[in-house]
Design a protein around this ligand. Structure first.
Ligand SMILES: Cc1cc2nc3c(=O)[nH]c(=O)nc-3n(C[C@H](O)[C@H](O)[C@H](O)COP(=O)(O)OP(=O)(O)OC[C@H]3O[C@@H](n4cnc5c(N)ncnc54)[C@H](O)[C@@H]3O)c2cc1C
Length: 258
């Protein structure tokens, strides 16, 4: 468990950002990860009073506040109808309902965990991250940046007709994923993302059309093998590489079936 010398309930995003420029500061979102650490925090900045716990729908996008919980993402009707259930699929295996009622979108994406279900699945959609001060950048760019003193305020998910699917392999129902794959389709072009290798999710750099035959799908599986994979207590590197082939094929098949 962490300890904190000072607690501040932020009154504005600007205040949260300013306090967070000090290395000893930590932002408090759901607190689920933080409480597992033994950090000695100087100032703990609580983001819960900033009205960032809403999911808003506009003509162009869904605007997800950083303090939206995983459970909100899992159960939001319009969000799941628009993206054929992918938000439910990316969250429903994470620990349990009580946990998902606390853990937040912002805490999940900002931490950029190598095992993250959300980072992998949301990279298949067209998402932009809004950072206090720095403005909006693509999630793909943010995912590769080092963790720093930024404050994530919102995530914009474009409503452009992109369809996505997500599949993860776990050794046990609520354990961390051993491997995760997301795929999406827009205008006949397919994007494949592989995460939990265990390393931050990455887009596979190979073209794939939705009408692709075996040869092109195999080429994407081969390209995915160029990503970094590793072994740990959950699975060996070889098993993860094998799973990547299997899950990519399953995701592409699911997209083809619509
Ligand atoms: C036991 C356990 C099992 C888990 N299993 C999974 C799993 O299977 N799949 C999965 O994807 N995830 C999993 N997670 C991660 C979890 O879903 C959350 O991502 C995690 O708890 C962080 O979210 P939080 O709201 O609790 O953040 P907190 O613990 O409050 O914060 C975590 C970190 O993020 C920073 N932070 C928080 N909000 C912001 C923000 N808005 N801007 C910038 N930085 C911010 C904080 O300063 C802190 O360093 C697991 C976590 C735990 C503890």
């Amino acid at each position: 468990m962490y300890t904190a010398q000072q607690y501040v309930k932020a009154e504005s995003l600007q205040q949260a950002w300013e306090l967070n420029q000090k290395r000893s500061t930590k932002l408090l979102a759901g607190g689920c990860w933080l409480r597992m650490t033994r950090s000695r925090v100087g100032t703990l900045v609580d983001l819960s009073g900033l009205g960032l716990d809403t999911i808003e729908e506009t003509e162009e996008a869904f605007v997800l506040g950083a303090m939206v919980t995983l459970r909100q993402l899992e159960t939001h009707k319009a969000l799941n109808e628009t993206f054929n259930g992918v938000f439910k699929e990316m969250t429903r295996h994470i620990v349990g309902v009580q946990f998902r009622n606390c853990a937040t979108l912002g805490g999940s994406i900002a931490a950029r965990f190598g095992f993250s279900d959300l980072l992998c699945a949301m990279m298949a959609l067209d998402c932009e991250v809004e950072l206090v001060g720095a403005g909006r950048i693509p999630l793909q760019t943010y995912a590769q940046m080092p963790c720093d003193r930024d404050v994530l305020a919102r995530i914009y998910v474009k409503k452009n007709g992109r369809k996505a699917v997500y599949q993860a392999m776990r050794n046990a129902e609520t354990d961390l994923p051993v491997l995760a794959v997301a795929a999406s389709e827009l205008d006949g072009q397919v994007r494949v993302v592989v995460g939990a290798r265990p390393a931050r999710a990455q887009i596979v750099d190979a073209p794939l059309s939705i009408s692709a035959q075996e040869e092109q799908i195999q080429a994407v599986c081969d390209a995915a093998q160029n990503l970094a994979f590793a072994g740990n207590m959950r699975a060996s590197e070889a098993y993860r590489r094998h799973l990547a082939n299997v899950l990519i094929r399953r995701c592409v098949a699911a997209l083809k079936e619509g």
